[in-house]
Design a binder for this molecule. Structure first.
Ligand SMILES: Cc1cc2nc3c(=O)[nH]c(=O)nc-3n(C[C@H](O)[C@H](O)[C@H](O)COP(=O)(O)O)c2cc1C
Ligand code: SF4
Ligand code: SF4
Ligand code: SF4
Length: 593
């Protein structure tokens, strides 16, 4: 049987030379005259980015990790020619080092269920026939031939699908509102702005399976009565733009886009609009302004886009992952979809797992999977065996969840009940070495940078909030500052114009709620328990010093003295806390206190 070599062509793997690996494989296939016996292709992201570049070989489903171009010859000679495994490239179970040849047996994948990512890592995203070969565009055909617009809405409603862009609004209801808005012209938009720090699920879907989004947008256009659609995508996603552009072209060529689609009287065109990478442009009204060529600033709602959106016309805006679920819901039915998940959150959710967890990457799990399962069974636990401290879900709009809530089944409502939110699916894991004041500062700094400045509570209030946090991490804050932090947070939440400002204080409020003692330690005792806040640190040299003089030579403040082969001393009145000595000491004789 012919062997197919699949090489991950997502952004993560391509940045680790997977395209060079593909070229090398293709060259070797010709060199060894193996064209009849095997072929090599790129695919979309397999999610296990930490182990990339990943190579899969069918039909045995062999899974090789961290494969470099120089490994290609061994794979060809051993796997393809001799039909033997290249053991050194197989995934090894941490701890036991047991080799696991097949993807399905790797713990990272065992609890995953790939619905939105179903084709990523399987098909070549640049070949429309591969999408069609996996059942692609059947759902569009089914909708156009068999279902009325109302019937499609009923299927989406029955499926229980809720928006994956952050708000979790029921998708079928949104489609119904937009369909029922009377207008001669309507628009369909895909929100591919993806500004949350650490999130890359939408990018991976567009890179790995762009046709699923095109198909869903065409179905949406048929349902609401639109002839034109746009994918609003940030310009920093060049690979996604390239693949989506190719996919739109191919769909047009075979009559999936354009006039009289599949021989019916339904016509739909699709284009791309590029965002300049401003987080606020992901907010739907700001996005619409940006597409119209105006400043990307939010407008008050109502009116909602479903009644007055692009150019004042009814507009349907959904997220990339939301769209990616649509064709498979139509093909397999609402009941199939709503049998997965919890009572009020159906289907799966893709998370971008990052931070201090062993297996970093994209993870798609049924709603209702617990955080513990994601972090430990899929994520492989905390790096270097350290203690778990918190996980930030929902990005800058979300909050931290602590160890006592690790068994919470994840869905939209339970995360809100724990003081966080689903958001678009960013999941950043923290351990004992993270300072929660510093984490709150990080997210607030991000929202401050990204605030459009249109309304005062967000523009000025968040700045003041940030200043109070800086006072705390500098050891200059009082108990009154702590109270002000909470009061001001609540005022900003209540009075900001859009959800960016309304949610900006969430990381502050959630870290104070769960880690008040840590805040108090900074304020009352001028100590940072995690030893992160530099102003509250002192570097000291212990008796382990061998007097190599390295630190004295590195120190930019020239505040380290000592003779050769004698214990050195730091003058802390001059130290600027740069940490160069700490990082440079060969015998770890310098400690933080
Ligand atoms: C500041 C801000 C940024 C947002 N960024 C995104 C984004 O990058 N992608 C996205 O789909 N939704 C984003 N949203 C949510 C959108 O406004 C909108 O709710 C979503 O695109 C609707 O699609 P859905 O119903 O499929 O989730 C953002 C909202 C806010 C307030
Ligand atoms: S809340 Fe912030 S981002 Fe939103 S409109 Fe006001 S200033 Fe702009
Ligand atoms: S680098 Fe370390 S061992 Fe060398 S003098 Fe400095 S403290 Fe001592
Ligand atoms: S932290 Fe920086 S400034 Fe302070 S002693 Fe070390 S090298 Fe010098």
């Amino acid at each position: 049987m012919k062997k197919e070599i699949l090489i991950c062509g997502g952004t993560g793997c391509t940045s680790s030379k997977s395209l060079e690996l593909l070229d090398e494989m293709k060259k070797l296939i010709v060199e060894y005259g193996l064209e009849e016996k095997c072929s090599a292709h790129i695919t979309g992201c397999l999610g296990f980015c930490e182990k990339g570049p990943i190579v899969k070989i069918f039909p045995k489903d062999t899974f090789y990790t961290k494969v470099q171009p120089e490994d290609a010859r061994e794979i060809i000679e051993t796997d393809i020619i001799k039909d033997e495994l290249v053991n050194r490239l197989l995934y090894k179970l941490p701890g036991t080092e047991e080799e696991i040849p097949s993807q399905d047996d790797i713990p990272f994948y065992k609890k995953q269920l790939r619905i939105a990512l179903r084709n990523c890592g399987i098909i070549n995203p640049e070949v429309i026939e591969e999408y069609i070969g996996y059942g692609g565009y059947l759902a569009l055909g089914k909708c156009l031939e068999e279902y009325s617009r109302e019937e499609v809405i009923d299927i989406i409603k029955d499926s229980g699908l809720r928006g994956r862009g952050g708000g979790g609004f029921p998708t079928g209801l949104k489609w119904e509102f937009t369909k029922n808005s009377e207008s001669d012209e309507k628009y369909v938009i895909c929100n591919a702005d993806e500004g949350d720090p650490g999130a890359f699920m939408d990018r991976s879907i567009l890179e790995g399976d762009p046709h699923s989004v095109i198909e869903a947008m065409a179905i949406a256009a048929y349902v609401i009565g639109a002839k034109q659609g746009y994918v609003y995508i940030r310009a920093e996603y060049p690979l996604a733009i390239e693949r989506l552009g190719k996919a739109i072209e191919q769909a047009r060529e075979i009559g999936i886009l354009g006039d009289n689609i599949l021989g019916t009287d339904f016509s739909f065109n699709l284009g791309m609009k590029f965002g300049a990478g401003a987080f606020v442009c992901g907010e739907e009204t700001a996005l619409i302004n940006s597409v119209e060529g105006q400043r990307g600033e939010p407008n008050p709602k109502p009116p909602f886009p479903s009644t007055s959106g692009l150019y004042g016309k009814p507009t349907l805006i959904n997220n990339v992952e939301t769209y990616a679920n649509i064709p498979v819901i139509i093909s397999k039915g609402a009941e199939w979809f709503n049998s997965v998940g919890t009572e009020k959150s159906k289907g799966t959710k893709v998370f971008a797992l990052a931070g201090k967890v062993n297996n970093i990457g994209l993870v798609e799990v049924p709603m209702g999977t617990t955080l513990r399962e994601i972090l430990y069974d899929i994520g492989g636990g905390i790096q270097k065996g350290r203690e778990f401290k918190a996980v930030q879900t929902g990005g800058p709009s979300g909050g931290c969840i602590t160890a006592e809530d690790l068994d919470t089944p994840i869905d939209y409502d339970s995360l809100v009940a724990k003081g966080s939110m689903m958001g678009s699916g960013g999941m950043i894991v923290m351990d004992e070495d993270n300072c929660m004041v510093d984490i709150a500062k990080f997210y607030l700094e991000f929202t401050l940078d990204e605030s459009c400045g249109k309304c005062t509570p967000c523009r000025i209030g968040n700045k003041r909030l940030y200043e109070i946090l800086c006072k705390i991490s500098d050891g200059k804050a009082t108990e009154e500052d702590l109270d002000n932090l909470e009061d001001l947070s609540n005022i900003i939440k209540d009075t900001s114009l859009c959800a960016l400002g309304q949610s900006a204080p969430n990381p502050v409020l959630s870290t104070i709620k769960s880690f008040r003692k840590e805040y108090e330690e900074h304020v009352l005792n001028h100590k940072c328990p995690a030893k992160i806040c530099t102003s509250l640190l002192e570097y000291k040299i212990t008796d382990d010093c061998i007097g190599c003089t390295k630190c004295a030579k590195i120190c930019p403040a020239k505040c380290i003295t000592g003779a050769v082969r004698e214990v050195h001393v730091i003058d802390n009145t001059k130290c600027i806390k740069c940490g160069a000595c700490f990082n440079g000491c060969p015998v770890h004789a310098i400690v933080k206190e």
